[in-house]
Design a protein around this ligand. Structure first.
Ligand SMILES: [Zn+2]
Length: 294
């Protein structure tokens, strides 16, 4: 299994770190987890295209986790020219409504989609791409999922769990991906010591976890429970018994050598496994022995 970190940033503007996005190459499938602004650009930089993506999982509907979902769906539809299967989409409610409001007949992109289906010049381009009119509308298969759900793919399984983030305003999910080559858990956005996340991640080779803040600098207890800090992440990684912890969702305030070293050292005090400071376009490979290679 190959893992590519597409976006390791936050909602804050950054050229170094795009918003959340992760790519998993498992068997014949290309799975994207979260697709915030800039993540799609990184997908292209990683050598892939929207048409290559088979499945997308969205952890929660904060815009920094789903804004490029629009680009993924439209570009995949446009370039795919009805020659590829519809995208399989998984995420919390109301992702079905969001999808309809974006791509439905009366949706935000309704007029664009209609023009591309009906205008002669667009029909020409569609045919040049191998399509046979009449062109279908983009119709991603949207599956609203909740903690406890299991999605079975070809050679992989995704188990859905709860994260600790901004409930109840948004349902916030975490995902565990199991395959023959190993297991990886993605926290989505999660803070504090989330017991459900520890259960979900138990025994994983890799845990990709939000690391937004430096312990002790969070403004309130509620902020810590929603957005976490490095000491809580160390406890989660240790108690879940994962082999490698990948830190992501990094704010500029902590993205400095001296703070990074402090965070890594203090996590290693608590957690015996490997700790990786995530960067955009970093690639990790999991093989049958469970080892992670940079
Ligand atoms: Zn969030």
């Amino acid at each position: 299994m190959k893992i590519t970190l597409l976006g390791t940033g936050t909602p804050a503007p950054s050229l170094a770190r795009q918003s959340s996005g992760y790519l998993f190459e498992v068997g014949d499938d290309l799975i994207v987890m979260d697709h915030g602004p800039g993540a799609h650009h990184r997908l292209i930089e990683s050598g892939h295209r929207a048409v290559d993506v088979s499945h997308v999982f969205i952890s929660h509907l904060h815009y920094d986790h789903c804004m490029d979902y629009t680009r993924l769906v439209l570009q995949r539809w446009d370039m795919g020219a009805d020659r590829i299967p519809d995208l399989e989409v998984y995420g919390p409610a109301p992702i079905a409504r969001m999808t309809e409001l974006l791509f439905g007949e009366e949706g935000v992109y309704g007029p664009d989609i209609r023009a591309r289906i009906e205008h002669e010049s667009s029909i020409f381009v569609f045919e040049e791409r191998g399509g046979k009119p009449p062109r279908k509308r983009p119709q991603p298969h949207v599956n609203e999922v909740h903690a406890g759900d299991v999605v079975q793919g070809k050679g992989w399984t995704v188990t859905v769990g709860n994260a600790s983030h901004v409930q109840p305003q948004l349902e916030c999910l975490a995902f565990r991906l199991d395959s023959e080559e190993g297991s990886v858990c993605y926290s989505g956005d999660s803070g504090g010591v989330c017991e459900e996340l520890i259960d979900l991640a138990r025994g994983c080779d890799v845990l990709i976890h939000m690391n937004h803040y430096l312990s002790g600098t969070e403004p309130t207890a509620s902020y810590r429970k929603a957005c976490g800090n490095h000491r809580d992440n160390a406890v989660i990684a240790k108690r879940a018994g994962v082999k490698t912890l990948v830190l992501t969702h990094v704010l500029a305030q902590i993205d400095r050598p001296e703070v990074r070293e402090q965070i890594m050292l203090e996590i290693r005090d608590e957690f015996d496994g490997s700790v990786i400071w995530g960067e955009d376009l970093m690639q990790l490979t999991l093989d049958r022995s469970g080892l992670v290679k940079g």
